[in-house]
Design a protein around this ligand. Sequence first.
Ligand code: MRU
Length: 337
Amino acid sequence: MTHSQVHAIDWQQQHLRLLDQRYLPHQQQYIDCFNAADVADAIRAMVVRGAPAIGIAAAYGYALEALHGGDLQHAYQRLAESRPTAVNLFWALERMAALSHAGPEQLVAEARAIHQQDIADNLAMAQFGASLLGEHSRVYTHCNTGALATGGHGTALGVIRSAWADGKISQVYAGETRPWLQGARLTCWELMQDNIDVQLVCDGAAAHLLQQQRKRNQAIDWIIVGADRIAANGDVANKIGTYSLAVLARHHGAKVMVVAPSSSFDLTLASGDDIVIEQRPASEVTELQGQAIAPAGCQALNPSFDITPAELITAIVCEQGVIPAPSRDTLAALLTR
Ligand code: MRU
C-alpha cells in the first residue's frame, strides 16, 4: 500500500509550499515559504501541524535559509521557538545543524532525506500496528495523525489506513478535537478520501460511546493515537484530550495504542512531568473561526497537549517494532537494540 496522495509539504526546488491546514476541508490553499522565518510563522500559526510534519517543515526551513545565504544560527533559533512540545522539531533541527558547515545543496538533501525517512517509518509502523488488531476491530482516534501530520500515510491514522486495507477494521470513530477540530476537519477528510468508514463524534461523547458500544457487544477495541513527545519511562504527550481517552479506555476495557516514530522519543526526559506543554491563546477557545462563542472578556485556559501516563498505554508502536506495556525498561530494550 502506498502513502496517501495528500501532499501537505511540497519542496519546490527554491522554496517550500505548504498546504494551509487552517482552511481544510473546504478550501485547499497553499502558502509559499522562502526562508526560516516564513516556516516558523507557518508552524506557529498551525498552517502545518502534527509532530513529524513540524520537524520536516523545520528542516526545509533551515535548508531554505542556507539556500538564500541567511544566518543559520538565527534560523535555528527562530524555528526552535515556533512550538515547544513536539520533539521532532528539535530532533530535525539538530540533524540539520550537524551539517551547518556543508553547502546548501547538502542541507536540502538532508531535509529531503528526513522527509523520505518519515514516510518509510510510517509504512513500517502501520504494519506493526495493524498486526496488533483482531478481525472486525472498532477503533477510536483523536486529533489528526494522517498524511497531513507527517511526511505521508500517517502514524495512528497510518495504522488505521493499513488495517482497513487488510480488512481488519469494521468501524472508525474520530473525536472532533476541540479547539482546532483536527479530527472533524482533517481526519474525517483524509479517511473519507480513502473511502474508510468513519463516524465523527464530539469529544464529550467518548465515554458514552465506549459504554454503550460495550453494552451492545460491539465494544471499541482500541484507542489509537499519535504522540508529540515520549519520555524515557513511556509517558506520552499528545493532543489535549488523549489522557481523558486513556482513562476512559481503562474503565471500559479498551486498549490504547500510541503510534510514533523514534524521532518523537525524548530519552533525555525521565518522565512526562518534564515535558513542556504548549499553552495557546485563549481566543482559540473563546472563538470559533473568528466568531465569539463565549461572553466578551471571558477568560480561558488552552493547554494544547496533555500527558498520558505509561501505565494507561497498552503498546507504543514505532518503526523499530512494538513496545508492549511501555516502561523505562521496555523502551530501552527496543530503542537501544
Ligand atoms: O496541535 P497539533 O495539531 O500539531 O497536534 C497534533 C497532535 O497532537 C498529533 O496527535 C501528534 O502530533 C502526532 S501526529 C502524527
